[in-house]
Design a protein around this ligand. Sequence first.
Ligand code: 0PR
Length: 365
Amino acid sequence: MEEKGCKREEVISFLSGYRAEDLHHDHILSSMCTIPHEIAVSVHQMFSGTNLGDPGLFPGTTKIEDLLVHSLGELMHHPGAGGYATSGGTESNLQAIRIAKKLKPESKKPNIVVPASAHFSFDKTCDILGLEMRIAPYGENYRVNCEKMAEMVDKNTISIVGIAGTTEYGMIDDVRRIGKIALENDIFCHVDAAFGGMVIPFLPDPAPFDFEVPGVSSISLDPHKMGLSTIPCGCLLLRKPEQFGTLNVDTPYLTVKKECTLAGTRPGADVAGAYAVIKLLGREGFRDIVAGCMENTRRLVEGMEAFGYKRAVNPIMNVATFSDGRIPEGWMVSHTRAGHLRFVLMPHVTRDVVENFLSDMAAIQ
Ligand code: 0PR
C-alpha cells in the first residue's frame, strides 16, 4: 500500500486498464455465467453495504433473502422448503452433504455416491468432509446408470446425488429413480441443479427433478447462472428446513444466537439482485429467455453439423457438445473430460453472436 492515496479518476482509470484485458461476453461460449440483468446490477449497488450474516442489523434485507428462498422453493414445487443464499453451487453442494453427514453419525467410514458427471465441487466436498466419493458410471447419453448407482450404495452411504443440468453435457439424471434408491435405503438425496434449476422449469416439457420427486432431500440452484443475477448468488434448499439445525453453531455476540451458514459475513447485494430479477421477469419472462437460448442452441447445432461436427448428445438444455475439431481464433469454447467441444448458450450468446461464430467457422473450413 502506498503512503499517499491518489485521485478518484486515477484509480478508476488504473482499474479500467485491467478491466479492458478481460474478454468480452460476445466471444465467450464456455461460461455458465452471463451478463447480469440491468435490474440486478442496480439493486446490487443499492444493497452493497448489507450483511446477511448479522440479520438483526439488516432485517429488511433478511426478509428479501426469505422471499428469494420462498420463490425458489415454490419453483421447486415445495413452498415450505427451507434455505439460504450461498456463494454458489460449491457452497450449496458442500453444505448439503455436510447435513447428510450430520444426519448419519453412525456411519464410521462415510461415503457418497455421485454420477460420473458430478461437478468438481464434490471432490472438494469429499476432501473437506473426509468422505469416500463413489463415482457411478454413465449409462446412456451421459446420464448416470441408476442400477450401478444403487449397487454402490452400502450401509456407510450418507447421500446419493443426482444432477439436473450436468456441467458438461447439460443432461438431467433420472431423479425419480435416484429418489427411489434414496427412499429404499433411507438415505439423503441431494440434487445439484446449480445450472438446471433456472432452466428446466421453463422448458416446455420439464423432466421431474425437484421436490416433486419423493426422496429428494435438498437442491442446489444458482441464480448467478441462468437466474441473471450478479455473482455469486447461489441457493441451497432443504425439504425439511429443520435439518439446517444440524449445522448450527452458537454466535453469542451477533443479533441471532445461532448460525448454520458456512460463511459468517454474507453479501445481501447479489441476493437482493437475484430477487429483483425474479420479481421483474416472472415465470413468463424466464420462459422467454430459456426459449431464446434453446432456439440459439438449435441454430448452433444445425450450423456445426453442416460443417461436419457431430453432436455428442441431443441438447435438452442450452448446452451443446460436439466431436472435437478446429475453432476460429478469439472464441472461448471449452472441452469436456471426454474431449468433446462444449458450448454453453447463455443469454449473452445471442442469435447475432451465434451467426458471427458460424461465419468465422465457415472461414476456416
Ligand atoms: N454444480 C454444477 C452442476 C455446476 O455446473 C457448477 C459450476 C457448480 C455446481 C459449482 O458452482 P460455483 O462455481 O458457483 O461454485 N459450473 C460452471 C463450471 O464449472 C461454473 C463456471 C461458470 C465455470 C463460469 C466457468 C465460467 O466461466 O463450468
